[in-house]
Design a binder for this molecule. Structure first.
Ligand code: ADP
Length: 630
C-alpha cells in the first residue's frame, strides 16, 4: 500500500486538541499509557497464541523496551505483542470506539483542566503521546502476517494521519515519539526509569531499558548496548501481607485506579477451599465521576495464576459494589476464559460471593469501630457511596440483613448518620413502627405537614430524600421485627402512642365535620380519592396522603421524570379539625361559591406542601387572588 492520508474521526480531533492544549501537569503519564498499551498488546498475543502457537514466531519472549535518541529527539516504546495490521492501525488509531468520550471532554473542559492524569480514566491513552510529541510514528506488524505487511502510521496530531506499508521483520509495535521543543527532560535514562517504576512497577512483563554506566574518563553517563529490566514485575498481591507496607498498598491502588488519593480501606486475603484465589480489594476515598452509570463495568481486574486476563470483570462483583477496585487472582479458572464464560462459572460465583462478604466486612469494621477516625471514614464513605449501597438492599437478598445495618439516614433528630439501630434505641415506649417520609429534598421533608404530630409527640421520623430510597423501600419492610411505615401513607396509626382522650376527640371531630367532609368530597370530585379528618396535623390546615398500597406522590413524580408511566392513583385529603381555615370552611353555606374555591385552594396547597406540581397553576393563582380580595 502506498502512502495514504486519512482524517481523524471528529471526536479524536477534539481529544487531540484538548490533549495538546490543556494538559500541563503530570505530563509524564504518557509513558504509563504507552507502556500499558504495549503490555496489553503482549497479553493479547499470549491469548491468541493459545490457539495459534505460530504467532509467537521465533520470538516467544513478550517484553517492552523503552529507549531514547538524544540526537533525533525521540523516545521509543517497543513491544513484542500482537501488533497492528494496516486496517487495524487505521481503525484503532484514528477513531474511538468507546463511549464516555464526551464525559471525558466535559471533565477536561471543567475546572480540572490541567491534570493529564485524567486521560487514563477514559481509555484514550494512545493520544496522550501528543502531550509531549509533535509527531508520533507507529511502526507495527501484526503477529501472523509476513514481514512485508508491516504498517507505518504517522501523525502530527492535528487533523489527519498517514499510513503506508513497510517491511518489519520483528512482530509487534514501535511507538516513536518525536518530542516537542521543551520536553528534553524525557531524553534522560533516570527520568524515564523513575517514571516507569512510579507507574508501571506492577506490570508483570519485563520493561527493559539500556544499561547506563558512569564513564570516569569522559566524566559522563554512557548508554550501553545491554538491556536491563527497570520494573519490579512483582505482583503485589502475591506477596505476603506482612511484607507489604501501607505505602505500597496505597501506591498499587493509585496505579490501578488512576486515583490521586489514597484509598479509604483495603482487604487482602488468600482464600483456600473449594475455589482458590487471592483478593486485594480497595474502597476509594471519593466517588468517581461515572459512579451513577450502572452499565459501567466494575473496577476489579481478573488474573489467573498471575497472568492478566481482563479489566473490569463485572462478574466478580455485584453491580452495587461497582466502586470497589482491585485484583482477583484465581488459581482455578482457565487462561482463555471469556466474559461469557465468567458469567456462568461456579468458581466465579464462589469468588463473587466471597469477595462481596469481604467488602461488607470491611465496611462493617469501619462503621462499627470505636475509633473516631474509622467512624469518620465510614461517614465519608456513606456520603459518597451510600446511594449505591442502597441498591444492594434490593439486589442482594442474601446479604440484605448486613446491608440494612450499614444504611445511614437523616432524621428529625439528626441531619445525617442515623442507623436503624440508632432509631430503634430512641423509640418511644409503645412505639411499634419505624416512621419515615420520602421527599424531593431535605427541607421539603423537614417541613412536611405530615410530620407535625410526630414532632409534637417527639417521635423521630427518618427523612428519605434520595431517588433510590423509594425503590429500596419496595424491597424493605422491616428492621428487626419493626415495620417501616410511611407517615404519608394511609391514616396515621400511632397505636398506643395516642391516648384515649385524643382518640375520642378525633372521633368526635369526625362526627361533627361529617356534613362538611361530604361537601368537600363533592367539591373535589375527580381530584381527591377521599376526604377525612386527621389527627396528624398541628399547624397546617390540610395535607394529602396516599392510601396504603398506592404509590406515593414522590414516587409517581420520579417515574414521570424518568419518562415512565406511573399507575394512576389519587391522593386522599386530610383536614385538621382544629385549624381556623377548616372551621371557616365548615361555617360557609353550602350554596356559597366561595366554598368550592376554598376547597380547591386547600387541596392545591396540600399538594404543593407535599412537593407536588399543580396541573393548573393559573387556576390556583386566580382563586387565591379572588380569596385575597374577597
Ligand atoms: P485503549 O488502549 O484504552 O483501547 P488507546 O487509545 O490507548 O485506547 O489505544 C487504542 C487502540 O489502539 C487499542 O485498543 C489497541 O487496539 C491499539 N493499540 C494501541 N497501542 C498498541 C500497541 N502497542 N500494540 C497493538 N495495538 C495497540
Amino acid at each position: 500500500m502506498d502512502k495514504q492520508t486519512h482524517s481523524f474521526q471528529a471526536e479524536v480531533k477534539q481529544i487531540l486538541h484538548l490533549v495538546t492544549h490543556s494538559l500541563y501537569s503530570n505530563k509524564e503519564i504518557f509513558l504509563r499509557e504507552l507502556v500499558s498499551n504495549a503490555s496489553d498488546a503482549c497479553d493479547k498475543l499470549r491469548f491468541e497464541a493459545l490457539d495459534h502457537p505460530q504467532y509467537l514466531e521465533d520470538q516467544p519472549q513478550l517484553e517492552v523496551r523503552v529507549s531514547f535518541d538524544p540526537e533525533a529527539r525521540t523516545v521509543t516504546i517497543s513491544d513484542t505483542g500482537i501488533g497492528l495490521s494496516a486496517e487495524e492501525a487505521i481503525a484503532h488509531l484514528g477513531t474511538i470506539a468507546k463511549s464516555g468520550t464526551r464525559e471525558f471532554m466535559a471533565k477536561l473542559e471543567g475546572d480540572q483542566k490541567k491534570d493529564a492524569n485524567l486521560i487514563g480514566q477514559f481509555g484514550v491513552g494512545f493520544y496522550s503521546g501528543f502531550i509531549v510529541a509533535d509527531r508520533i510514528t507507529v511502526e507495527s506488524r501484526r503477529a501472523g502476517l509476513p514481514a512485508d505487511q508491516g504498517v507505518r502510521w504517522s501523525s502530527e496530531g492535528t487533523g489527519d494521519f498517514e499510513v503506508e506499508t513497510i517491511t518489519k521483520p520483528g512482530r509487534g509495535t514501535d511507538v516513536i515519539l518525536h518530542l516537542r521543543e521543551g520536553e528534553e527532560e524525557f531524553l534522560k535514562t533516570w527520568r524515564l526509569k523513575s517514571t516507569i517504576s512510579k507507574y508501571s512497577d506492577h506490570i508483570s512483563l519485563p520493561i527493559l531499558m539500556r544499561k547506563e554506566e558512569w564513564d570516569a574518563e569522559k566524566a559522563e553517563q554512557i548508554v550501553k548496548d545491554e538491556w536491563e529490566p527497570v520494573n519490579k514485575a512483582s505482583a503485589l498481591w502475591t506477596r505476603s501481607k506482612s511484607d507489604i507496607t501501607q505505602a505500597e498498598y496505597d501506591s498499587f491502588y493509585q496505579q490501578i485506579s488512576y486515583d490521586t488519593e489514597a484509598p479509604l480501606a483495603f482487604t487482602h486475603n488468600r482464600v483456600e477451599g473449594r475455589s482458590e484465589y487471592t483478593q486485594l480489594l480497595y474502597i476509594p476515598a471519593k466517588a468517581p465521576f461515572d459512579l451513577w452509570n450502572r452499565d459501567k463495568r466494575g473496577g476489579v481486574k481478573l488474573y489467573v495464576k498471575r497472568v492478566f486476563i481482563m479489566d473490569d470483570a463485572e462478574a466478580l462483583m455485584p453491580v452495587y459494589l461497582r466502586f470497589v477496585k482491585g485484583v482477583i487472582d484465581s488459581a482455578d479458572l482457565p487462561l482463555n476464559v471469556s466474559r461469557e464464560l465468567l458469567q456462568e462459572s461456579r468458581d466465579v460465583k464462589a469468588i463473587r460471593e466471597g469477595s462481596t462478604k469481604r467488602v461488607l466486612s470491611m465496611l462493617e469494621s469501619l462503621a462499627n469501630s470505636e475509633e473516631v477516625s474509622e467512624k469518620d471514614k465510614y461517614a465519608r464513605f456513606w456520603a459518597d457511596f451510600g446511594q449505591v449501597l442502597k441498591e444492594g438492599v434490593g439486589e442482594d437478598h442474601q446479604n440484605q440483613e448486613r446491608l440494612v445495618k450499614l444504611l445511614r439516614f437523616a432524621s428529625t433528630q439528626a441531619d445525617e448518620g442515623v442507623s436503624f439501630a440508632d432509631y430503634v434505641s430512641r423509640m418511644k415506649d409503645g412505639q411499634e413502627a419505624i416512621y419515615y417520609i420520602t421527599a424531593d429534598s431535605l427541607s421539603a421533608a423537614k417541613n412536611s405537614p405530615q410530620l407535625e404530630i410526630f414532632r409534637k409527640k417527639g417521635i423521630e421520623v427518618l427523612l428519605l430524600t434520595e431517588r433510590v430510597d423509594e425503590w429500596m423501600l419496595s424491597h424493605l419492610y422491616e428492621f428487626e421485627g419493626k415495620s417501616l411505615q410511611s407517615v404519608a401513607k394511609g391514616s396515621v396509626d400511632l397505636g398506643s402512642l395516642q391516648d384515649e382522650e385524643e382518640k375520642k376527640k378525633a372521633e368526635e371531630a369526625a362526627e361533627q365535620f361529617k356534613p362538611m367532609l361530604e361537601r368537600l368530597k363533592a367539591a373535589l370530585e375527580g381530584r381527591a380519592k377521599d376526604v377525612r379528618v386527621t389527627t396528624r396535623l398541628v399547624d397546617s390546615p390540610a395535607c394529602v396522603v396516599t392510601e396504603e398500597g398506592d404509590i406515593s406522590g414522590h414516587l409517581a413524580r420520579m417515574l414521570k421524570q424518568a419518562g415512565q408511566a406511573a399507575p394512576e392513583s389519587k391522593p386522599t385529603l386530610e383536614v385538621n379539625p382544629d385549624h381556623a381555615l377548616v372551621k371557616k370552611l365548615g361555617a360557609i353555606d353550602a350554596d356559597d361559591t366561595r366554598f368550592g374555591d376554598l376547597a380547591q385552594v386547600l387541596f392545591d396547597q396540600a399538594l404543593l406542601a407535599e412537593g407536588g406540581v399543580l396541573e393548573d397553576p393559573a387556576a390556583y393563582v386566580r382563586r387565591v387572588n379572588a380569596l385575597l380580595l374577597g
